[in-house]
Ligand binder design. Structure first.
Ligand code: AN0
Ligand code: CP
Length: 320
């Protein structure tokens, strides 16, 4: 595997889930595979889980790890081509990327959507430059439009907790004070469509996700109706994807607190599990009682980030 951005990069998902189980049974099984190999993790944005779980995964495989926080100690990087660099940016990504590639065997990149230029974000301009110019296998640690390590961990978590062969999974928008990317809901919808679940997506009007991710999933604008009979409730905020009105891309169109997941929302479900990728704002996305309830899976999801990352790094090491 030379790139990891989409569900299809893993091929057969049942096979990938079996590998996840194999790693879970013995997470050090492949500790010889990464000997004298180096992972470089490049962060343009903050992280807690991705940083820790991916580093732990690399250590499970016997790898060495270098972490670069671009905004804390590196030269400020220009990412757009064709500009006169007379501002505060000292180095261009087009030199920095091949230099980074000299020092490692695999590269992970976190580079969030800027949320101002839909075309630039949805072209995956930054991670695609890493793929093109680093000379190394590259995986997304949340890029502009996708967060596949999260979606894979969420799929593993659903597989471990499902009570029926084809569970009803509801992806619901929830309010948030800041504009957030669509990467998490995009990947979640994409991966659930690729897996064998009954996916329903619910959000206020104007928040329609890009069709390339939401595909044929049912969209229900009445949140309570969508949640009826759900076995998994996956909450997440996202800003306007700008599908029908590109000028609204990245904006907050709605802060309706009636969308916050509370006990009344959970009461219409089929005793559903609550899921969120974290970090989460309590009182906005979800109430304290719901996130603290025995059916909350937020910690198992985070724990499975180590598993999803170990499978992905293992696949990449095997194809070096
Ligand atoms: C980010 C997002 O919504 O994409 C990262 C989530 C994993 N969240 C925040 O910036 C709060
Ligand atoms: N879920 C997730 O990716 O968390 P971090 O932003 O803390 O890495």
């Amino acid at each position: 595997m030379k790139t990891f951005q989409y569900a299809e990069d893993l091929g057969n998902l049942n096979q990938a889930l079996a590998e996840a189980q194999e790693i879970k049974n013995d997470r050090f099984k492949y500790q010889q595979l990464g000997k004298n190999k180096t992972l470089m993790m490049v962060f343009f944005n903050n992280s807690l889980r991705t940083r820790l779980s991916t580093q732990k995964a690399a250590m499970n495989l016997g790898m060495n790890v270098i972490v670069l926080d671009v905004n804390a100690g590196a030269w400020k990087l220009e990412t757009e081509r064709g500009v006169i660099m007379d501002g505060d940016k000292s180095e261009h990504l087009l030199e920095a990327i091949p230099v980074m590639g000299c020092y490692c065997d695999l590269i992970g990149v976190r580079s969030f959507a800027g949320l101002t230029d839909r075309e630039y974000d949805y072209a995956e301009t930054v991670i695609n430059q890493f793929i093109k110019y680093s000379g190394r296998p590259v995986f997304a640690m949340e890029s502009a439009t996708v967060h596949p390590l999260q979606a894979f961990a969420d799929l593993i978590t659903i597989e471990e907790h499902k009570r029926s062969s084809r569970p009803k999974v509801v992806l619901t928008w929830a309010p948030h004070p800041k504009a957030l990317p669509q990467a998490v809901p995009n990947s979640f919808a994409e991966w659930m469509n690729a897996a064998d679940v009954d996916l329903v997506v619910t959000h206020p009007k104007g928040y329609e996700l890009d069709p390339r991710f939401v595909a044929g999933a049912r969209v229900e604008y009445d949140q309570m109706k969508a949640l009826e009979g759900a076995q998994f409730v996956y909450a997440k905020n996202w800003s306007c994807p700008g599908v029908s009105l590109p000028q609204q891309y990245g904006q907050i169109l709605n802060k309706d607190m009636s969308w916050t997941i509370d006990a009344a929302h959970m009461a219409v479900t089929d005793n559903a599990f609550f899921m969120h990728c974290l970090p989460v704002r309590r009182g906005m996305i979800v109430t304290d009682d719901v996130i603290e309830s025995p059916t909350s899976l937020v910690i198992p999801e985070a724990a499975n980030r180590e598993i999803s990352a170990t499978v992905v790094l293992k696949r990449m090491l095997q194809s070096l």
